[in-house]
Design a protein around this ligand. Structure first.
Ligand code: V07
Length: 264
């Protein structure tokens, strides 16, 4: 009993990364991690760099975190790359951001393939620039048979729009007479969302000290553990992800056996 009260492990900071990873792997790994990658602009400002330099550095963090998540055995990683709100930013910044998928895939697609990662996307595809659509389409095609981590890019994504679109599809089925209103259940709604192939996130991470959901996966996050950190996304490294997963594991252990009851 007492060991539970003194569970804190101050030596964690001195462990090598490899030791930390193997320690974390011994416990339950979240099946699906979702991340709001905030703080890229602030990271750049602190260094007197243009905002786009922060976005570019943030792209490298996506690669780093994808590799570790895959290594840990995480099943799916969803990253919020561009929200439907982000169109309000200056045009030059948006133009730069819309080139990032091509650059990311141009550089990292070979290693994603080697790591058996499958790239997918959720969001409104049609209104993205053609070149962005093409890059993502090719990556999805090239990795469609991979069986490792699913790397899901939320791109031009908004959760309320996603829910509205699901409702329209369902309403249409009812109108046609192929569905009755009593068949509109939680499961049916889930099956019409853009995440229908994925489990619900077990862990949500938001960087940069903001504590809100910003129209991200509102339906899917109903039972998710939240982890907020002051760390800016470009500074978020392997140890930061392990901190978040360790915290998830500790919370899970505390609930032990209560799943679906008080733990809701
Ligand atoms: C973007 C870098 C990460 C921080 C947040 C904003 C900027 C990677 C991608 C990407 C998207 C699709 C894909 C491959 C890579 C990306 C956008 C922004 C729009 F198939 N990073 N990143 N896309 N940022």
């Amino acid at each position: 009993m007492l060991h539970k009260l003194i569970r804190r492990k101050p030596e964690r900071q001195n462990q090598s990364l490899a030791e930390r990873i193997s320690h974390t792997k011994k416990d339950q790994i979240p099946e699906h991690i979702a991340i709001i990658m905030d703080g890229n602009g602030r990271w750049a400002k602190k260094r007197a760099l243009p905002r786009v330099a922060g976005h570019h550095e943030g792209m490298k963090t996506v690669r780093k975190i994808t590799r570790l998540a895959n290594d840990l055995g995480v099943g799916a990683l969803t990253v919020y790359a561009f929200s439907t709100e982000n169109w309000k930013r200056p045009k030059l910044e948006v133009d730069f951001i819309m080139r990032l998928p091509e650059e990311f895939l141009g550089t990292y697609l070979p290693e994603l393939i080697e790591q058996n990662v499958r790239v997918v996307m959720m969001g409104e595809n049609d209104t993205l620039p053609r070149h962005t659509q093409e890059a993502v389409r090719k990556a999805m095609e090239a990795t469609k048979n991979n069986t490792g981590l699913i790397l899901n890019f939320a791109l031009n994504y908004g959760s309320r729009a996603e829910i509205a679109q699901a409702m329209q599809k369902i309403a249409q089925l009812v109108e046609e007479g192929s569905l009755s209103s009593s068949e509109v259940t939680e499961d049916l709604i889930s099956q019409h969302l853009m995440t229908c192939e994925l489990p619900e996130p077990d862990l949500l991470i938001r960087t940069s000290g903001e504590v809100r959901l910003s129209n991200f996966m509102l339906w899917q996050l109903a039972y998710t553990e939240f982890w907020f950190t002051e760390t800016l996304w470009p500074d978020f490294d392997e140890n930061c992800l392990l901190d978040a997963v360790d915290s998830y594991q500790n919370r899970n252990r505390r609930y032990g056996g209560l799943k679906g009851e008080e733990s809701n």
